[in-house]
Design a protein. Structure first.
Length: 103
């Protein structure tokens, strides 16, 4: 199961492993840390990460909408939002899932 984890989730579990090992007084191993993290922290981590992702995505869409509206000299509104979704959403989501460091 370990190989299917995103980079962000793996980092979160590795950090948890460090603190869990400190608390236990020995190295608990990745699988034990993963199970403990999933049982106690995983769901809230996922919710917080998803909320942060949506907020960042909204900011990115609004930035795109503003830039494109400035170029067009009028508010493009929904048209710009849909254009961003068609042209940028998939790549942005991949970036967020695999590369975003503050997860």
């Amino acid at each position: 199961m370990e190989d299917k984890l995103s980079k962000a989730k793996r980092r979160a579990i590795e950090e948890h492993k460090y603190y869990l090992s400190q608390r236990c007084g020995h190295d608990v191993g990745f699988e034990e840390a993963r199970k403990d993290w999933e049982a106690h922290y995983g769901a809230s981590w996922e919710r917080e990460r998803h909320a942060r992702m949506l907020e960042m995505q909204r900011e990115e869409i609004n930035r795109y909408k503003w830039i494109e509206s400035e170029k067009a000299h009028h508010d493009l509104g929904r048209e710009a939002v849909l254009e961003w979704i068609r042209t940028n959403a998939a790549a942005w989501r991949r970036w967020y899932e695999e590369e975003y460091e503050r997860a």
